[in-house]
Design a protein around this ligand. Structure first.
Ligand code: DAK
Length: 261
């Protein structure tokens, strides 16, 4: 692939958007390759993904403005669909995805991070939705996901003013979970990913589904979704092993990795 790097490290996978010269801006090729890379993740082995950008300056500086500048209405819609499809693929990807935001996360960059389950960033990270300054609305889910994450008032302020915010403010408003010095970001992301990967995979996947699907419906329906996914964990090898391990009073016993079945 031209713009996507993928590395599997045991039970975690690291996807890197590798278009450093353009600050990892999302053009059509990046979006297509990202979609293919997600399709190729070995879900029998990989239990958590990390998404990051190449270099130390930018995670993703947005959709490619050069490519977008000449689009017709129909082409703009097609570009938007391509982006939305891949963002949705990330959001509904069966295993958790951590965005390790290593610099600029503007426009489509902020939006792609919001399609991930968890966001952590480096101290130099900058977030913003600058679209209204370019004459467009956030088109990759920004108006929807930002409001759900940080509340409508703060999302409206960020989107209407097109003002960028720094890492500390992103932390304060709950857009990211933690901020690290640049050199500590990937080790922290890998540590978190490995921590997730060691838990029962079916249960983790079901938690992701329950949280995502439950947030889209009212509480009565959400509880039914949770019940179903809770029930689905029973009779799995992982549930039997996890509970048997707890009930076994032999303190010398070492916990085996979960088998994902
Ligand atoms: N697109 C294309 N190239 C970009 C880019 C981008 N978004 N951001 C940076 N680059 C390129 C620059 O053009 C420059 O290329 P060369 O001149 O070296 O060839 C190179 O990356 C380095 O950038 P700078 O020289 O500008 O670096 P600085 O450190 O001076 O500034 C910056 C960094 C991040 C502050 C600046 O590059 C910047 O403001 N970039 C644009 C940020 C931005 O406005 N991003 C939002 C884009 S709008 C839609 C769906 C989604 C969207 C739209 C429609 N539909 C539903 C249709 C999404 C829209 C967006 O994301």
């Amino acid at each position: 692939m031209e713009f996507i790097l993928y590395e599997q490290k045991g039970a975690i996978g690291i996807l890197t958007i590798n278009r450093e010269k353009a600050l990892n801006a999302l053009n059509s090729t990046v979006l297509e390759e990202l979609s293919t890379a997600l399709d190729n993740v070995n879900l029998d082995e990989v239990r958590c993904l990390i998404l990051t950008g190449a270099g130390q300056k930018s995670f993703v500086a947005g959709a490619d403005i050069g490519e977008m500048s000449t689009l017709t209405k129909a082409e703009g819609e097609a570009f938007g669909k391509k982006g939305n499809d891949v963002f949705r693929k990330l959001e509904t990807f069966p295993i958790p995805v951590i965005a390790a935001i290593n610099g600029f996360a503007l426009g489509g960059g902020c939006e792609i991070s919001m399609s991930c389950d968890i966001r952590i960033c480096s101290e130099n990270a900058v977030f913003g939705q600058p679209e209204v300054g370019l004459g467009i609305t956030p088109g990759f889910g920004g108006t929807q996901r930002l409001a759900r994450l940080v509340g409508a008032g703060m999302a409206k302020q960020m989107i209407y003013t097109a003002r960028n915010i720094k890492a500390d403010e992103a932390l304060r408003i709950g857009l990211v979970n933690a901020v690290y010095p640049q050199e500590e970001l990937m080790p922290a992301a890998e540590k978190m990913a490995n921590g997730i990967a060691k838990n029962a995979p079916i249960a983790v996947r079901n938690c992701k589904k329950a949280i995502n699907e439950g947030l889209d419906v009212d509480m009565d329906q959400a509880i039914v979704i949770e019940e179903k996914l809770f029930g689905d964990c029973f009779e799995t090898e992982d549930q039997k092993y996890g509970m048997a391990f707890f009930l076994d009073k032999n303190k010398e016993k070492v916990k085996e990795p979960f088998k994902n079945c």
